[in-house]
Ligand binder design. Structure first.
Ligand SMILES: [Fe+2]
Length: 285
């Protein structure tokens, strides 16, 4: 009788643990290059990848995904810059056992693709997605998905009318949450993209536990955006030279705006900060 009760208790504990909400990893660049890469695992074990980084990171992320079962339920591409979509293109070219069930992205117009040199990479990515046979999901503004209790709301999709900093300003902006945690993914949103997302959605959608710093923490959304979005912790997908604004001559010798952003966050009193180049790959929760 005692053994039966113990067995039932263990079963109950496992089921509670398994339904403990989604988990989030911030994947650090192994090349100390700029890039954006996150992995989420739902309470039922389904994997969602956010971007993935440069193609040079493909081997590392492939290993990480393989260790978690090798199957990605949805791969989200925030925008088709190589530091966000390079890994996916490499894996589409040569899956090596990685199974992807769907790819979620907001395709750029031809005019938008033509607006930057990296349009060649973007077109190669789009062609690879089209020929892969993998289901493609085009998110619409304000739409919500549910993965085992983990919800994703799209607060911003492609903005072809914004011609300033056009690729970054067409980044997906997303709120991901369940009963335990909430994360705001800004990806590479610039000022215009951030302001548009805030104008198009209730301000409560921007209140979160964790905010992913826009554009790797430099020249992203405005200070006012960070002031209005209430959060308690920051996720920095940022290499050392960007985090320290270092052109090779020491701290704050480059032309990037990272130190300004760091000051904004310090002024907000945010102490909990996960910087990928300082911590390496980290399970956030
Ligand atoms: Fe980027």
């Amino acid at each position: 009788m005692k053994k039966t009760i113990l067995f039932l208790l263990i079963l109950f504990s496992i089921s509670v643990w398994a339904k403990g909400g989604f988990q989030l990893w911030q994947i650090a660049s192994q090349e100390d290059k700029i890039g954006n890469s996150y992995l989420m695992r739902t309470a039922e074990g389904r994997l969602i990848v956010m971007d993935g980084g440069y193609k040079e990171e493909a081997g590392y992320l492939r290993g990480f995904i393989t260790a978690m079962g090798g199957e990605v339920d949805m791969w989200i591409i925030s925008h088709p810059h190589p530091d966000h979509s390079g890994v996916l293109l490499e894996i589409l070219k040569n899956p090596k056992g990685i199974k992807i069930n769907s790819i979620c992205m907001s395709r750029f117009t031809e005019q938008l693709l033509d607006s930057e040199k990296s349009g060649k990479h973007a077109r190669e990515l789009y062609a690879a997605v089209s020929t892969s046979g993998i289901k493609e999901i085009s998110p619409t503004l304000g739409s919500t998905m549910d993965f085992d209790g983990m919800k994703i709301k799209f607060l911003g999709v492609t903005n072809p009318e914004i011609l300033t900093n056009p690729y970054n300003n067409s980044s997906l902006v997303m709120r991901v949450w369940d009963k335990k945690h909430s994360v705001l993914f800004l990806n590479d949103a610039g000022i215009e993209c951030g302001d548009k997302a805030m104008a198009n959605n209730p301000i409560e959608d921007f209140y979160c536990d964790y905010i992913q710093m826009a554009h790797h923490g430099q020249a992203g959304v405005s200070e006012d955006f960070y002031k209005k979005a209430k959060f308690r912790a920051c996720l920095w997908p940022t290499p050392t030279w960007v985090y320290n604004n270092d052109c090779g001559k020491g701290f704050n010798t480059h032309i990037l705006q990272t130190i300004t952003t760091r000051t904004w966050i310090d002024n907000l009193g945010i102490k909990e900060q996960y910087v990928s180049c300082l911590l390496g790959t980290t399970r956030i929760f």
